[in-house]
Design a protein around this ligand. Structure first.
Ligand SMILES: O=C(CO)COP(=O)(O)O
Length: 239
């Protein structure tokens, strides 16, 4: 399965960042990375401007969230239909930073199904907190999130990102053996054809060890994905 190297820019960036996919291609040209897919998920207001230059450089663009409805009175929200119209191809659903603000499994599932209705590939995030891991509940938490959040749409593919909450933005990475245990478990639920990404303090220094885990099909990268040199170093580790 082709690895997916995905940068989640969160609420970072400015207008001049729309050129970053072009810079990425200068650092790691498309001809040298045919074996992987590269995705950048900027704040939504940059999507439309980024898609064309990014696609020209074989970089996919995705959004960080979408609404479950196609349109309506939802101030501040953006629909999957509108995201798809920009030419973006992916959308992150259920990131822990949104779940922490009240997003439920049912919300995530409805959003992922909206994404699939508009030919976007949802990246559905799951992961346990430190308390849940320390009390031995990590797998049960992830199983519950998956059973409530995965879209039920025949024949459509989605991506799962395992992001332990305690590893996000903390510099603490799950060990390759923790990642292997959870990814193997997730694999038993999603089957052989679904990409499973790891996210949580992925950096150039630890990427090779993470990608060596057999059931890891790529990474969802926060901080290290803001800099195109470090994103390229991580992508290189997947080649
Ligand atoms: O939340 C993440 C990606 O979605 C991970 O963030 P960091 O790589 O900054 O830990």
């Amino acid at each position: 399965m082709k690895m997916l190297i995905a940068a989640n820019w969160k609420m970072h960036g400015a207008m001049d960042w729309i050129k970053k996919p072009v810079h990425f291609d200068t650092v790691l040209p498309a001809k040298d990375r045919k074996a992987i897919d590269v995705l950048i998920c900027p704040p939504a207001l940059y999507l439309a401007a980024m898609v064309e230059p990014a696609m020209d450089n074989n970089v996919f663009i995705g959004a960080q969230d979408c609404h479950a409805a196609d349109e309506g009175a939802h101030t501040g929200d953006i629909s999957a239909k509108q995201i798809a119209e920009t030419g973006a191809r992916y959308v992150i659903n259920g990131h822990s930073e949104r779940r922490a603000n009240g997003e439920t499994d049912a919300n995530v599932k409805a959003k992922a199904e909206a994404a699939l209705r508009h030919a976007l590939t949802p990246i559905i995030c799951v992961g346990e907190t430190l308390d849940q891991r320390e009390s031995g509940e990590a797998q049960a938490v992830v199983a519950k999130q998956l059973s409530g959040s995965l879209p039920e749409v025949e024949g459509k593919s989605f991506v799962v990102a395992y992001e332990p909450v305690w590893a996000i933005g903390t510099g603490k990475t799950a060990t390759p053996s923790d990642i292997a245990d959870m990814h193997n478990f997730i694999r038993t639920i999603v089957g052989p054809d679904t990409r499973i990404l790891y996210g949580g303090s992925v950096k150039p220094a630890n990427a090779a060890a993470i990608f060596a885990v057999e059931t890891v099909n790529g990474a969802l990268i926060g901080g290290a994905g803001l800099d195109m040199y470090s994103l390229a170093d991580i992508a290189q580790a997947a080649l």
